[in-house]
Design a protein around this ligand. Sequence first.
Ligand code: ARG
Length: 577
Amino acid sequence: MNIQALLSDKVSQALIAAGAPADCEPQVRQSAKAQFGDYQANGVMAVAKKLGMPPRQLAEQVIASLDLTGIAAKVEIAGPGFINIFLDPVFLAQRVDEAAASDRAGVTKVAQPQTVVVDYSAPNVAKEMHVGHVRSTIIGDAAVRTLEFLGHKVIRANHVGDWGTQFGMLIAFLEKQQNENAGDMALADLENFYREAKKHYDEDADFAERARAYVVKLQGGDEYCRQMWRKLVDITMTQNQLTYERMNVTLTRDDVMGESLYNPMLPGIVADLKEKGLATESEGATVVFLDEYKNKEGEPMGVIIQKKDGGYLYTTTDIACAKYRYETLHADRVLYYIDSRQHQHLMQAWTIVRKAGYVPDSVPLEHHMFGMMLGKDGKPFKTRAGGTIKLTELLDEAMERARRLVGEKNPDMPADELEKLADAVGIGAVKYADLSKSRTTDYVFDWDNMLAFEGNTAPYMQYAYTRVLSVFRKAGVDESSLTAPVAITEEREAALAARLLQFEETLTTVAREGTPHVMCAYLYDVAGLFSGFYEHCPILSAGSDAVRQSRLKLALLTAKTLKLGLDTLGIKTVERM
Ligand code: ARG
């Protein structure tokens, strides 16, 4: 049920009847304040301006032909020409009834599913995931879950950094380790492995020589080098897969579409860009000059797509990968969850993609960027010793803190249940803290805030969910025994009902903008409205069985909405805590 879409449709029709053009925008929004009703239509002013009409007069005409019988109880004009819509409690009650009976909380699937390619996580081979990958993984996975819930076809593209000149050095080091440790693959500490390899490369001339030879061989398709390369990729991705599972992230090995996948396309792309007159030779390299980007001298900026030595660049790969996602994966839309520092890189790659006609304008390429993760001191998040924080260690700490926290609150809980709870709370807290902030800004990582049982946090939301469930336990009923219809008489019932029915609208916003914090804010609001409702509208001691059942249905829909909403965020729920 999407009430906003329904009202938009109705207001559009009324606007057109009043003389507005067919493509007019009704601008129906959820009202910010109860005094403005449940929804506001703000489109009258813009249309009035176009028609050269006083906006209030147009608003009167719109209202005259606006047929909201059975939907709204009251419609009024406010200010210069806003239309405030107050939903009819009977309409709300019926919709709650339907939604409470559905296992999707009344959310319908989209009529026209799209194929959406989502580029996220994208760690680098032989390196630990760093904080930038963490945000990409968490936010990207929430977007993916939301799109899928709405019925879109999602292709997860894990653009793993599995190619580049560093592989000569990594192969040489893996070989050295294998020789010395007789097959014992001590790659557990990826960061260390990389650092050691680099050290040998910088300090040992023979080693460096071998490394350089291996790069050439690898690029030439040499069997031994390919095998060693594959080993490095496998070990890294096996480790990352464990992390994904620990984090309740839906990525699998099948979703790996690393940079190397696009290698075979690169020579053709460079040749094609030259042929189209977009790329030229400049000091031995192949360069695309873009008028859209100026260098310090105010001249068109040159984007190198092939180096003097024949090597290709990160940009060349991203040009190829956009083309592949359209041509081969048949994407209708492509989303990239990458930190904001790579914005210019993407814009340049995509400008070239559009100029070359590789992806038509009808297929959006969207950079859903995010800021940095900062420590409490406002500086980039680091260990106390100043090193980068390893994700596994971060998750270990989250678990440890959560174990202590939930252990104190539940001294009698069996150990295995406690461990499950700690997992839901600890991992959930780390994820939710990230998801609940607008992704475009930097955010401060703070254990105490994220593990608090008050405020917009995972533990609060998870606890709110268990509280709703406990109402059912106390009532001793299950879903199927609720047969009386929903009736809405109290203000708190109406407020909760109207908000619950905005679940689909919220999902739609998250799917469109890739902003899971909108879902977090929504669920937090629902939890708050439920508290108010529960406090003021007795359920178990309601005056009649009909009222009791009606209120239990509101509680049922609340539980379903919280659970499904948290699911789309990749946050686990438990039955009691
Ligand atoms: N591996 C890259 C990094 O660590 C991120 C890749 C993002 N995706 C892309 N299509 N460029 O920075």
